[in-house]
Design a protein around this ligand. Structure first.
Ligand SMILES: Nc1nc2c(c(=O)[nH]1)N[C@H]1C(S)=C(S)[C@@H](COP(=O)(O)O)O[C@H]1N2
Ligand SMILES: [Mo]
Length: 308
């Protein structure tokens, strides 16, 4: 955030052609490990933003998922996402940006070096995990696209490909594609990342390959998967869950133990895993999922019951 406010990003002073050629400019060493979904381990530096809480196992993170394009049950994404084509992949960046265009995934991933971010992840359904993501700040990509001064929000869209996403039907009740949005200051916050991997490997399909958003202080549904479009807008963009059930899911969706879901309490959460000791895994939910020190200022003076 400060980075964007205080000095222009690399792309702010660089014409679009150079952005597109950045792969060539930065050379092989940094680029190694970013050659696409089949790549070997991703070299990533650890981040001071990481929690020291014990991460969930890869098995837990990749077999208990919400990805409704592939079905409603927690095991459906793992069972059904295997057929999703993630290479080639490109992301369309548009709206109020200086350099709109359709960017191949490789170029998007080169917006910034990959970092490991071990984040708490809290679903609105009151379960949680700790996930070692590989990603980079969304702000780096937006800086390179060149955010115009009138941009107040960022809209995100998931792939729409019913031939490969078995639940993308009219019968599902969701108005596909899945869409989400952030306020521009939330999008530029250093905790907000685009993830392309987890546990040092490329992201599994059920977790939103090849590129998904992670906003750790918000309920999980904000962290939209398999992104194909990012649009900078002046008006607040629609979001899938707000559209579906506006009394239950708001635009902000900040984790807040004091504001219950109309149908259940948000005061505590169930940490997935624990085996024999799973009974001990209910724990208090933290304001902003424990990231209050970093993000509370974004909401100073706002009534968080009204803007839920
Ligand atoms: N496109 C898309 N993104 C999505 C979802 C979805 O159904 N479709 N589910 C959301 C919800 S409710 C949660 S909790 C997280 C789950 O992420 P995970 O399966 O990687 O833990 O993804 C979010 N992103
Ligand atoms: Mo969720």
């Amino acid at each position: 955030m400060a980075r964007n406010a205080n000095h222009p990003g690399w792309a702010d002073v660089t014409p679009r052609a150079m952005f597109l050629n950045r792969r060539a400019l930065i050379g092989g060493a940094l680029a190694a490990g970013f050659v696409g979904p089949a790549a070997a381990r991703i070299a990533a530096t650890p981040s001071p933003y990481s929690t020291d809480a014990a991460p969930n196992t890869l098995e837990e993170i990749t077999s208990y998922n919400n990805f409704y394009e592939f079905g409603w049950n927690k095991g459906d994404p793992k069972a059904n996402a295997g057929r999703l084509t993630i290479d080639p992949w490109s992301v369309e960046i548009g709206g109020l940006v200086e350099r709109p265009g359709s960017y191949p995934l490789d170029d998007v991933l080169r917006a910034a070096p990959a970092e490991e971010r071990i984040y708490r992840f809290r679903c609105v359904e009151a379960w949680s995990m700790v996930i070692p993501w590989i990603g980079f700040p969304l702000s780096a990509l937006l800086d390179r696209a060149g955010v115009q001064p009138g941009a107040k929000y960022v809209a995100f869209q998931t792939l729409y490909r019913p031939a490969e996403m078995n639940n993308q039907t009219a019968l599902s009740g969701i108005d596909w594609p899945y869409v989400e949005g952030l306020r521009i200051d939330e999008a530029m916050h250093p905790l907000t990342i685009l993830a392309s991997g987890l546990y040092g490997d490329p992201l599994p399909r059920q977790n939103g390959a090849p590129l998904r958003l992670v906003v750790p202080w918000k309920y999980g549904f904000k962290s939209i998967k398999s992104i194909v479009k990012i649009t900078l807008t002046e008006a607040p963009p629609p979001t899938t869950w707000q559209r579906l059930q506006p009394q239950e899911y708001g635009f902000y969706a900040n984790v807040n133990p004091q504001v219950d879901h109309p149908r259940w309490s948000q005061a505590t959460e169930r940490r997935i895993g624990g085996g024999l000791f799973a009974f001990a895994n209910r724990q208090p939910t933290q304001m902003f999922n424990g990231y209050g020190e970093e993000v509370a200022a974004l909401y100073a003076g706002m009534d968080l019951r009204k803007f839920y």
